[in-house]
Design a protein around this ligand. Structure first.
Ligand code: NAD
Length: 352
């Protein structure tokens, strides 16, 4: 075992079916009294339910969270928090809503309590993103890490089957890259492998019955593990490519992760044999790249960039952008090989 530094983010986690009932207690534990409740417009009813549950502890509902956290929306939310005298924010939803909470925390220092309803894992990281004039900037800041996370699988029962699969693949991608991170460590690797195993085992159950509470519970447990890995170690080529494709070509977040992962793993496979072995073992597959491809395909998730809105004429530019900045990755970034990777991802070719 090589020497390592271990660091993990200090969130408090309340986990289990019905955990939402403990929300008021958790707000008290934060030393807060009035929460601004955040959601997307699509989850406004859930936010309203939370407000009712909180009674006097609810300052108001702000149901305008949007993908990639537009700066204008973040400013409006901060202003609303100030106007209503909120001393904490409750973010109920996926990565977009958690992201809005983080944007509020970034300059106000307001504590965030996250209630994730997808498997994106943002609640476990101190990574924030903000989009200004079409450009998404990301950074890390300890202030944005949610102080408390309530994982209640009952709230993910409504996640549509298609999003369930792509969001699970998004979680698996965090763990897969965590297994070959240059700053990885044995504890995170253990969590990563277990996260992939639990996600891959939960998906068939959820495909049979999206309302299987046991399957939803296991999948949320997987998302927690994978999100923890994302928050603790550095990501490589896969995440950078997804960021480029999502930001420059406006492709949907979880779907891009689903399509790119097999190809990014194939690119790195020869330089990260132990990680590949662990991913394959967790998937109960013969090979990691083909294993994640098959998992997505078996569950009717997209496997080709051309099917999720990527223009063929954008592939050259995507390859250029991908090699603009060097960063740690098991295999050095080679433009020609990345261009080929993108072509295979565009067409949806199964990795050998
Ligand atoms: P999302 O938050 O955009 O949600 C997608 C849609 O699903 C929304 O319309 C939402 O209302 C709906 N939805 C969410 N949960 C639902 C449920 N249980 N039932 C029914 N509908 C539901 O999608 P996401 O994939 O969770 O998050 C993506 C965003 O998060 C991206 O912007 C990404 O960059 C960011 N992200 C950030 C981090 C980080 O560490 N900062 C990590 C992962 C993702």
């Amino acid at each position: 075992m090589s020497p390592f530094i271990y660091q993990s983010n200090p969130s408090r986690v309340v986990f289990g079916a019905g955990a939402l009932q403990h929300l008021a207690r958790e707000i008290d534990a934060l030393g807060a009294r009035r929460a601004l409740i955040l959601s997307t417009p699509g989850q406004a009813a859930s936010a309203q339910r939370v407000a009712e549950l909180l009674g006097d502890r609810a300052a108001g509902v702000f149901a305008k969270a949007a993908m990639h956290v537009p700066l204008e929306g973040a400013r409006e939310a901060r202003e609303e928090a100030r106007r209503l005298g909120a001393d904490c924010a409750v973010a109920i939803g996926g990565g977009s809503t958690t992201g809005l909470g983080k944007a509020i925390a970034l300059d106000s220092g307001l504590p965030i309590l996250a209630i994730p309803t997808t498997y994106a894992g943002s609640e476990m990281t101190s990574i924030y993103g903000l989009t200004d004039a079409g450009v998404k900037k990301t950074g890390r800041d300890a202030r944005v890490l949610p102080r408390t996370v309530i994982y209640d699988p009952e709230l993910s029962l409504t996640l549509p089957p298609a999003s369930t699969v792509t969001s699970a693949m998004n979680a698996i991608a965090h763990a897969a890259e965590g297994l070959y991170a240059h700053d990885g460590n044995p504890i995170m690797s253990m969590m990563a492998e277990e996260g992939i195993r639990a996600a891959a085992a939960a998906l068939p159950r959820l495909a049979r019955d999206p309302h299987d509470l046991g399957g939803r519970t296991d999948m949320l447990y997987a998302a927690w593990l994978c999100g923890t890995v994302l928050g603790a170690v550095s990501m490589g080529l896969h995440h950078k490519l997804c960021h480029t494709l999502g930001g420059s070509f406006n492709l949907p977040h979880a779907e891009v992760h689903t399509v790119i992962l097999p190809h990014a793993l194939a690119y790195n496979a020869a330089q990260a044999p132990e990680a590949m072995q662990r991913i394959a073992r967790a998937l109960d597959a013969a090979s990691a790249p083909a294993g994640v491809f098959d998992l997505a395909q078996r569950h009717d998730a997209p496997t080709a960039l051309k099917d999720i809105g990527m223009p063929a004429e954008g592939l050259d530019r995507a390859a250029d952008l991908a090699v603009q900045n060097q960063y740690p990755n098991p295999r050095p970034l080679e433009r020609a090989a990345i261009r080929e990777l993108l072509q295979r991802a565009f067409e949806g070719t199964r990795p050998a």
